[in-house]
Design a protein around this ligand. Structure first.
Ligand code: HEC
Length: 156
């Protein structure tokens, strides 16, 4: 085999490898990135008042309000919830993977930081709701509609 043939082979192999693996390796990232940028097309729009508010009120608010301010997080209203804690913001609109309000719900039950810390964890559907809501910009109305009050956890 001449040196030129070998060179040609290695170049075409390299090209083949790139052109064949590129779609497979970049596709999932592209999906993820568009999700993080809040440009998801496959999931429907999350409504704060009917979907997020009841979830926070029944599962988080009991420990995260003005009177019981655990972890420096107050979810009573928009102005408090968006106030950063000592280690940074709890909610980063458009970036659920940087939002502790979402990422801490993913931690396993054994972790001391897993939220909620009770045995009744969030369902996959509820976590997806939080993810999508933040990815879509974390819309949280001001005024009475965006004011939260503790309601009992339906699962007790
Ligand atoms: C039974 C009480 C309780 C409930 C219910 C609860 N938390 Fe917490 N949360 C805590 C405590 C205690 C801490 C402080 C943990 C620490 O400092 O290690 C905390 C801290 C946090 C933090 C801040 C973590 C940090 O280190 O900055 C976030 C975010 C959080 N909780 C989110 C939630 C969310 C979202 C829910 C509802 C799905 C929830 N929590 C429900 C008790 C609770």
């Amino acid at each position: 085999m001449s040196r030129l043939t070998r060179l040609f082979l290695s170049i075409s192999c390299a090209f083949y490898a790139v052109s064949c693996t590129a779609p497979g390796t970049t596709a999932p990232n592209t999906t993820q990135n568009s999700g993080a940028a809040g440009q998801q097309v496959s999931r429907s729009e999350v409504d704060f008042t009917t979907q997020i508010k009841p979830l926070l009120e029944s599962r988080c608010l009991v420990c995260h309000n003005t009177g019981t301010l655990l972890g420096h997080l107050n979810l009573e209203m928009r102005a408090y919830a968006f106030q950063p804690g000592p280690d940074g913001p709890f909610i980063v609109p458009g970036q659920p993977e940087k939002s502790k309000l979402y990422t801490f719900t993913l931690l396993s039950e054994g972790s001391s930081q897993a939220m909620p810390p009770t045995k009744h964890r969030l369902s996959a559907k509820e976590k997806t709701l939080l993810y999508d809501w933040i990815a879509q910009g974390a819309e949280w109305p001001r005024g009475p509609e965006g004011t939260l009050k503790t309601i009992p956890d339906p699962a007790g």
